[in-house]
Design a binder for this molecule. Sequence first.
Ligand code: IDP
Ligand code: MG
Length: 144
Amino acid sequence: MTVERTLAAIKPDALEKGIIGELCKRIEDANLKIVAMRMQHLDRARAEGFYAVHKGKAFFDSLVKFMTSGPCVVMVLEGENAIAKWRETMGSTNPEEAAEGTIRCDFGTNIERNAVHGSDAPDTAKFEIAYFFEPNEIVKYEWV
Ligand code: IDP
Ligand code: MG
């Protein structure tokens, strides 16, 4: 087991639903520690840069529009196998295919408005964390 960090985001659809607290609770219940957190309303350039890997795909323009439609909560999560664990806690991209009890199953509206984001691999986690946070914005504390 290795301690990892991953970038998580609560997307604008989840803020509209008033479930920030519920989602933070699920994060901590999954033994993932929130070590950085900020509310941020992405502008177009910021959202396009974040999702650059999807540029050219049919859903890209709509995704950018959605992600800039309201604020997000961006976070760094830390824990053992944090990247895979957060992906499991979120569930599949399409809420209709997401396993029962996952966030996207419980709160996703459709394949685009799916409540949360999570990095998918160590290299993307590194890029995405640095995209939103300076090293000195990531804090250290122990659970006792
Ligand atoms: P992920 O968020 O589960 O990693 P990705 O394939 O990386 O899924 O897609 C990024 C985001 O783009 C998704 O979370 C979702 O909001 C949106 N998205 C992905 N596929 C589609 C699609 O087929 N139609 C509309 N939106 C999509
Ligand atoms: Mg992805």
